[in-house]
Design a protein around this ligand. Structure first.
Ligand code: AP5
Ligand code: MG
Ligand code: ZN
Length: 215
């Protein structure tokens, strides 16, 4: 099973991914997480990606596409994967469509998480992330038991560099400009399911579960 999570920054893709991969036993592939790890490690990829990410711009397609191709070919993806944050441009989606048959895969469903814009800004500027395991928190909506400490692994929570108000605003613009056209792309292929993201975390997950259980 290959599932894509689509939706604007702050829609709750990472939050829902944590729950989906557990329930449906999928391998999690988040290009954002992979790129942030590369930045942290200071690798060649990370050095190239950083300037784009800090400005809220997309990293060039050729870099991202190679990451995803390599990851999908690894043996643990044989039973299924969940893509979060990829594809994000029509070129990336076309690449995926052309690459998948060669590795005996196809996209089974695209989940579009839709959330009102004001709410997105509130979610992003209040987000905290675990530096060790990547779990997502929110100062108001999903606060950890102990302030700034991860419930799952005890790691320290931090605020992402691109979660400042200025960068968040730019990321939302970039989504509209470069990513939103994927809604039509996948609608035309009969693969899109819209999910109402303006609900609490469990409500969103219930709706996602019922879509995936029907596949
Ligand atoms: P990426 O890491 O993918 O970021 P994004 O798409 O901007 O999405 P976010 O991770 O910000 O939001 P999310 O939907 O995961 O929300 P979350 O669950 O955390 O990409 C970052 C950058 O990397 C890009 O800008 C780009 O530069 C680069 N990049 C990545 N992929 C690329 C690609 N394919 N091509 C080119 N460049 C690429 O939730 C947000 C907050 O809300 C959390 O605090 C959470 O606790 C809270 N929350 C979640 N759900 C709810 C709810 N239902 N109710 C209340 N609060 C909620
Ligand atoms: Mg995310
Ligand atoms: Zn953690």
């Amino acid at each position: 099973m290959l599932i894509i999570l689509l939706g604007p920054p702050g829609a709750g893709k990472g939050t829902q991914a944590e729950k989906i991969i557990q329930k449906f036993s999928l391998v999690y592939i988040s290009t954002g997480d992979i790129l942030r790890k590369a930045v942290k490690e200071g690798s060649a990829l990370g050095r190239k990606a950083r300037e784009y990410m800090d400005q809220g711009q997309l990293v060039p397609d050729n870099l991202v596409v190679e990451i995803v191709r390599g990851r999908l070919m690894e043996p643990d993806c044989a039973n299924g994967a969940l893509l979060d944050g990829f594809p994000r441009t029509v070129d990336q989606a076309v690449f995926l469509e052309q690459a998948l048959p060669d590795i005996d895969k196809k996209v089974d469903r695209v989940l579009l998480i839709e959330v009102d814009e004001n709410e997105l800004i509130e979610r992003l500027t209040g987000r905290r992330v675990c530096g060790d395991c990547g779990a997502n928190y929110h100062v108001k909506y999903k606060s950890p038991k102990v302030r700034n400490v991860c419930d799952q692994c005890g790691g320290d929570l931090y605020q992402r560099d691109d979660d400042t108000l200025a960068t968040v605003t730019e990321r939302l613009e970039v989504y509209k400009r470069q990513t939103e056209s994927l809604v039509e792309f996948y609608q035309e292929r009969g693969l899109l399911s819209s999910i109402n993201g303006n609900q609490d975390i469990d409500g969103v997950f219930d709706q996602i579960s019922s879509v995936l259980e029907d596949l």
